[in-house]
Design a protein. Structure first.
Length: 275
């Protein structure tokens, strides 16, 4: 019988977009703390990678409950050899599982799409990232999802640049309060995208995120992905609640009048110069 190290469970409410990502973040923090113990003998890079993968899958599962269901819960169990998560909900269920796993297919509401969800990649991302994936659903009643992330070695790396230099070079307007420690954080990479699911599945950790999106959910995604700075383009102004949540999570939100295309080009040239 496998040794259980940690069990976590959180309720998730339908259409509660303001708190989307909170459960994932709390689970992620607890996993990192638990993995950093002598009993598991885990290397730091291994800890970060298995929690990163679990965090992406958990956020996608949490988002599916918020977007589609009335109510549900997420339960995560840490064993010595793997992390097992269950997402169960009461809701409309999935009429066609094969179609639901097809990239780009989505039944998300207009409200969810306006907030950057509904790319039709959630379940596919979980299936792709996790090491074991199991999904059943009863149409008209609800959905049960189980996925596992197994412990394995990984190599991390990328371009390095201090955020203070990035802000100076790109002439960005910083909208959030920050500390010297925040400015000294290192970004490893850059990613430009407005679809939250794509950011979760494709963006590297400790990266610069460029987006036209400015709603509160970008902070949730950035927190899960450990993104230290978000560049909002086209002079978009995030709401006060978004800025406050970013500050609570030590995430810098900066603004530029340039388009995502223009600022991405500038940042690409800047990072390339650093190499």
């Amino acid at each position: 019988m496998e040794d259980t190290i940690l069990v976590l469970e959180f309720p998730i409410f339908g259409e509660d977009f303001d708190h989307l990502g909170d459960a994932t973040l709390r689970i992620r923090e607890s996993l990192l703390k638990a993995l950093n113990t002598p009993i598991l003998n885990a290397s730091k890079s291994r800890e970060k990678e298995i929690v990163r993968k679990s965090g992406i899958c958990l956020y996608e599962a949490e988002a599916n409950i918020v977007i589609h269901a009335k109510f549900g819960f997420i339960k995560t169990i840490l064993y010595k050899q793997k992390i097992v998560s269950i997402a169960k909900d009461i809701g409309p269920g999935i009429k066609n599982l094969i179609l639901a796993l097809k990239p780009g297919y989505s039944t998300a509401s207009e409200k969810a799409r306006m907030l950057g969800f509904g790319a039709g990649m959630g379940l596919k991302n979980i299936e792709k990232i996790s090491d074991f994936f199991f999904l059943i659903s009863t149409f008209g009643k609800g959905t049960y999802l189980l996925f596992e992330v197994w412990r394995n070695n990984t190599t991390l790396g990328g371009v390095k640049m201090k955020i203070r230099k990035l802000i100076e070079e790109l002439k960005l307007e910083v909208l959030t309060n920050f500390t010297e420690k925040d400015l000294d954080k290192i970004v490893e990479e850059a990613y430009t995208c407005d679809l939250l699911s794509n950011v979760l599945s494709k963006a590297e950790e400790e990266t610069t995120w460029i987006t036209v999106q400015s709603n509160i959910n970008v902070v949730g995604v950035a927190t899960i992905k450990r993104i230290p700075i978000i560049i909002v383009t086209e002079s978009n102004t995030p709401e006060e609640e978004t800025l406050k949540k970013a500050e609570l999570n030590s995430i810098i939100i900066a603004r530029t009048k340039l388009s995502s295309f223009e600022i991405s080009g500038q940042l690409y040239n800047l990072l390339k110069k650093q190499n």
